[in-house]
Design a protein around this ligand. Structure first.
Ligand code: FDA
Length: 392
């Protein structure tokens, strides 16, 4: 395919770009995908531990973070998890629900990539890999993209190059540079779904590296109940990854280590088991090493019978809202996604087209819409890619 033959050029053959290309192809559009990596869908291949958590059946707009919380509603309501599941089932890909509405392939993430790539190729689209984009020009309603292989032209250009999370896989902020070239605003990108790091007094907790337990992690009004994990640098595990997307530097993350205990549980324990100690009680409920560390930090020595109720209630409150003040995150190197990105104020929520630059589109992780952990980010890639495909 030469540039002048294409109806649309899509930059980036990841989740959103492949979906957009396949769906536009079904509508008879001739699409050219330009991909920098040596093959399409690299992040899909490593996703979900190699099994791709391809959607979440509990998808809802309030599970997405954006400067405009309403922006994602339109695309998400028009292309649903059931729509993607229908593609998966038509293709005969076996799947299962793991937990919390998360759908995974039984076999391999490669099945999802193959399905999408076939969808592009069978509808007449072209995928060119190993493309170094040297420049993008725009004149007379046409976009011209120049790579080492030549120049390609089309009346529509879709930015689907994702965000800078996991740079060692080749991820960059290319989408933002291109958006700025066209005068579009970018919401400051930041690592999300990322482990948090601890310093100061909290470094002691790093000794618990490898210990995991179910917690509620909270910042402001947002809370997640899932596993928490101590690492050699700080805190991780699903509950922490989730809360990291909402956390801002300088804020505390409150961790409830005993989410099922009522506030007065220590005073109740004093009545029922007066000879018990803090350490023995905590060891009944938590992994040993964590119980010992928490008991030491609480510094309540001796049998419960000898401890005043007020101190026990204060300890119970501390255990249900242990305040960590992370000194940072593990950054884009370890972030599963990037929050922020091309401002949604610049785009139509129906078509993903830039309001000020007709023919220019932004989809997927490149734009300021970030989902929770658990298949939500792929669902956004599918839904936003589908929405743009209806318009190009
Ligand atoms: P994506 O990153 O998929 O694609 C962008 C494409 O653009 C890439 O192919 C890239 O090479 C290409 N590109 C970049 N710069 C370019 C340039 N200058 N020129 C041309 N091409 C360029 N989500 C989920 O819902 N379920 C899951 O199980 C997981 N698991 C997971 C695991 C890990 C380890 C990571 C890092 C991430 C996940 N995610 C996830 C998140 C999910 O992978 C992510 O949100 C989507 O892939 C985003 O889709 P996009 O198409 O927007 O970007």
């Amino acid at each position: 395919m030469t540039g002048t033959e294409a109806d649309a050029i899509i930059l980036g053959a990841g989740a959103a770009g492949l979906m957009c290309a396949a769906q536009a192809g079904l509508r008879g559009r001739r699409v050219l995908l330009l991909e920098r990596a040596g093959r399409p869908g690299k992040k899909i291949l490593i996703s979900g531990g190699g099994r791709c958590n391809f959607t979440n059946i509990d998808t809802a707009p309030d599970r997405y973070i954006s400067a405009n919380p309403h922006f994602a509603k339109s695309a998400l309501s028009r292309y649903t998890p059931q729509d993607f599941l229908a593609l998966v089932e038509d293709r005969g890909i076996a799947w299962h629900e793991k937990t919390l509405g998360q759908l995974f392939c039984d076999g391999s993430a490669r099945q999802i990539v193959d399905m999408l790539v076939d969808g592009v190729v069978q509808t007449g689209g072209t995928i060119r890999c190993d493309q170094q984009i040297a420049g993008v020009d725009h004149a007379d309603g046409r976009f011209r993209v120049t790579t080492q292989d030549g120049s390609f032209e089309a009346p529509a250009l879709v930015i689907a190059t994702g965000g800078p999370s996991i740079p060692k896989m080749g991820a960059t902020g290319f989408a933002y540079d291109l958006a700025r070239q066209f005068g579009l605003k970018v919401v400051e990108p930041r690592p999300a779904l990322v482990p948090l790091t601890l310093g100061g007094e909290d470094v002691l907790f790093r000794e618990l590296s490898g210990v995991a337990t179910e917690i509620v992690a909270r910042t402001g009004k947002t809370a997640f109940r899932e596993a928490g994990l101590f690492t050699h640098r700080g805190l991780s595990g699903p509950a922490i990854l989730q809360i990291s997307s909402y956390w801002r530097h300088g804020e505390a993350v409150a961790v409830d280590f005993l989410p099922d205990r009522a506030p007065g549980w220590l005073v109740d324990a004093k009545r029922s088991t007066p000879r018990a100690t803090m350490r023995s009680l905590l060891k009944d409920a938590l992994p040993d090493r964590l119980a010992v560390t928490l008991a030491e930090r609480l510094a309540l020595e001796g049998e419960l019978a000898n401890l005043p109720d007020a101190r026990l209630n204060a300890a119970a409150a501390q255990l249900s809202g242990w305040r960590f003040i992370p000194n940072g995150t593990e950054g884009f190197a370890k972030a599963e996604v990037t929050a922020g990105g091309i401002s949604t104020a610049e785009l139509s929520s129906k078509t993903m087209e830039a309001k000020r630059v007709p023919g220019l589109y932004g989809i997927g992780e490149a734009i300021d819409v970030t989902g929770w952990l658990g298949g939500y980010n792929f669902q956004w890639a599918w839904a936003s890619g589908w929405a743009a495909a209806r318009s190009i």
